[in-house]
Design a protein around this ligand. Structure first.
Ligand code: ATP
Ligand code: MG
Length: 568
């Protein structure tokens, strides 16, 4: 899958524009909308933004920019029961983090007065009516794909009665669910969305912006196109499930006295293997405590990815590569991981971090002495410069860099074998010290003082280079190691009688203590470094304290998961 996307996209370097841009370009060429391009990103503030949203965000903002237009952020805040200010704030932060600045930040709730006035216009034109059917009855009357619907007995109320009832709905005279305002279109339409869709429902609920002014709230379809028209949106991009809503989008605009009739264009949603994106699922994970909040670094939310140290550029790169299409597809999460590694390799400084410390004593190093060795911060970026590392007679190396009885191709440390300590010296293992249980507790080694910097003047070579830290100088830190949150490729499909939480990976979080070189004390919150040979780690922006550092694993250096899968 990943390979296929690469090949397709690479052979398309000079390919024609995708279908969305092609249509926008044609509209501009023809002077439709006066040659103007205006888009919007319209999230509902009912949760945090996730890894699917950037596809829409990039499309909305990039197209506007490419055609010299503007893109607003507009909150689709029409359902106060599920929406919160916390989500509004988080979504704004996430969009900025991704690298986009909305031209304006707008709210559908600011148009409630206008929408109400337009609803009255529709009633006066005989195109909307107040219905008393219960939600269950309404479902029954609606019909099915193969059967036409039945007209509500309230459908032919007089205009005067409708105006009166609608006003009283607004004034709070009726309880929740007792009445709706419906568009009067066609109960026999082949498109279910046109079978007298609900425009308003009664909800005696406080709205985070509008306060207690309203107890009737507009449905998405009634609010969306009209909000687009009010703002001057020319091209309204949305995902494929709204394709069947487009006739309704157009119908509403056709009935109203508006100057502008925007063009809705649908594109396919983005989905990933091993990942669930719908806010409904993510909310459950948060509310039932499967994860530690919306920004848990295992969550596929932008807040979680940020806290994990994922560079926003890697997400934009992915969206570019995947492109825009009309068919829903699931992208291999390994493709995103490829872009993360590519970006971090260029931008993250290297440090020494030992995740499973094994003590090494250099027996011929002067007691009590320590010195500094010079290290390159980022071999991919000269401007990152160099730093010094403390070296001494007591070090830690990673336990898996030593084997007492090594197989043939093991070039790291083993009895009698010489290795290079990265940026340091050559050392040779002379003795293995064990405790009563036979566990190795210390290695006694000698070093060659002539090999400072990691090269022997006599030209002799060693095959292995390992990382290390000086025991007395190293910082003891907490490291959170992450694995996939879900252990199956398609987490939505759960075993019989269970829900998606049955697919959670019980080992997605492992907390360890590690020894890391002292320079990491200078890192800023959220900064990512590469622990040499181990992977990328990010200083946690929430829990880390100057005297108790916490690192989140961003990603390993290689795709170890593919290997495990291959073996299984
Ligand atoms: P969710 O099921 O996660 O709540 P949604 O579509 O209801 O998704 P909104 O907040 O309404 O979420 O989405 C804002 C915009 O982002 C919409 O235009 C929507 O079509 C788009 N979007 C949502 N999910 C995806 C996705 N997986 N891929 C591409 N675009 C998406
Ligand atoms: Mg939604």
């Amino acid at each position: 899958m990943t390979e296929k996307i690469f090949e397709e996209r690479q052979s398309e370097e000079n390919a024609p524009l995708d279908f969305v841009r092609a249509q926008v370009a044609e509209d501009v060429r023809n002077g439709r909308f006066g040659g103007r391009v205006q888009t919007r990103f319209p999230p509902e503030p009912n949760g945090y933004l996730h890894l699917g949203h950037p596809k829409a965000i990039c499309l909305d903002f990039d197209v506007a920019q490419e055609f010299g237009g503007i893109c607003n952020l507009r909150f689709d805040d029409t359902n106060p029961i599920k929406e919160e200010q916390e989500f509004v704030d988080a979504q704004i932060e996430d969009i900025r983090w991704l690298g986009y600045e909305p031209h304006q930040i707008l709210y559908a709730s600011d148009y409630f007065d206008q929408l109400y006035a337009w609803a009255i216009d529709l009633i006066k034109a005989g195109k909307a009516y107040v219905d008393d059917l219960t939600p269950d009855e309404m479902r029954e009357y609606r019909g099915t794909l193969t059967e036409p619907g039945k007209e509500s007995p309230y459908r032919n109320r007089s205009i005067e009665e409708n105006l009166d009832l609608f006003e009283r709905m607004k004034n709070g005279e009726f309880p929740d669910g007792s009445k709706t305002l419906r568009a009067r279109i066609d109960m026999a339409s082949g498109n279910l969305n046109l079978r007298d869709p609900v425009m308003y429902r009664i909800r005696h609920a406080h709205h985070q912006r509008a306060g207690d002014k309203w107890c009737i709230y507009p449905m998405y379809d009634w609010a969306h196109g009209q909000s687009d028209a009010i703002e001057g949106v020319t091209h309204s991009f949305c995902t494929l499930e709204y394709e069947d809503h487009r006739p309704l989008y157009d119908w509403y605009l056709d009935q109203l006295d508006v100057d502008l009739h925007p063009q809705q264009i649908e594109f396919a949603k983005l989905n990933f293997t091993y990942t669930l994106l719908s806010k409904r699922y993510l909310r459950k994970l948060v509310e039932e405590g499967y994860v530690d909040g919306w920004d848990d670094p295992r969550m596929p939310t932008l807040a979680g990815l940020r806290r994990r140290g994922i560079p926003p550029k890697s997400i934009r790169d992915l969206c570019n590569r995947v492109g825009v299409s009309k068919t829903n597809s699931t992208v291999d999460i390994a493709l995103l991981e490829f872009y993360i590694r590519q970006e971090l390799n260029l931008t993250a400084n290297r440090v020494m971090g030992v995740l499973d410390p094994l003590k090494v004593v250099i027996t011929n190093y002067p007691a009590g002495k320590s010195e500094e060795v010079e290290a390159i911060n980022n071999p991919e970026d000269e401007s990152a410069g160099t730093r010094t590392l403390p070296f001494s007679g007591e070090l830690y190396i990673d336990r898996d860099d030593f084997m007492e009885n090594p197989p043939k191709k093991f070039f790291r440390l083993s009895p009698g074998n010489e290795v290079r300590l990265r940026w340091g010296y050559f050392i040779k293992c002379e003795e293995v010290v064990k405790n009563d249980d036979g566990e190795i507790v210390e290695l006694r080694c000698t070093y060659d003082p002539e090999t400072k910097g990691g090269y022997a003047p006599d030209g002799r070579k060693v095959k292995g280079t390992i990382h290390w830290v000086s025991a007395s100088h190293a910082l003891d830190v907490e490291v959170r190691l992450y694995d996939r949150l879900f252990q199956v490729e398609d987490p939505a499909s759960a075993p019989d009688g269970q829900d998606f939480t049955a697919n959670l990976n019980p080992d997605s979080l492992q907390v360890i203590r590690a020894k890391v070189e002292p320079s990491v004390a200078d890192l800023g919150a959220g900064e990512v470094v590469q622990f040499e040979r181990k992977g990328y780690f990010c200083l946690d922006s929430k829990d880390s304290q100057p005297d108790a550092l916490v690192f989140n694993q961003t990603i390993g250096l290689r795709d170890s998961w593919a290997k495990i899968q291959g073996k299984a």
